[in-house]
Design a protein around this ligand. Structure first.
Ligand SMILES: [Cu+2]
Length: 65
């Protein structure tokens, strides 16, 4: 499980971009987004670095929360 804080994520549109970016790495990933805290919890067997890089590329860099 990977928990990230993504400060650029402010609305449902952002959340869908974040979800898409993470699913591009692992289509099976379970993704829980809390817009209030801007935290994203990813339950996935994919490499955490790859997930983080996908977010970065999508314009939503995350830091471990
Ligand atoms: Cu937004």
């Amino acid at each position: 499980m990977l928990k990230l804080n993504v400060p650029e994520m402010t609305c449902g549109h952002c959340a869908s971009i974040v979800t898409k970016a993470l699913r591009s790495i692992d289509p099976q990933a379970r993704i829980d987004i809390d817009l209030e805290t801007k935290n994203v919890v990813v339950t996935s067997s994919a490499d955490a670095g790859a997930l983080g890089a996908a977010l970065q590329e999508a314009g939503y860099p995350g830091t471990p929360a």
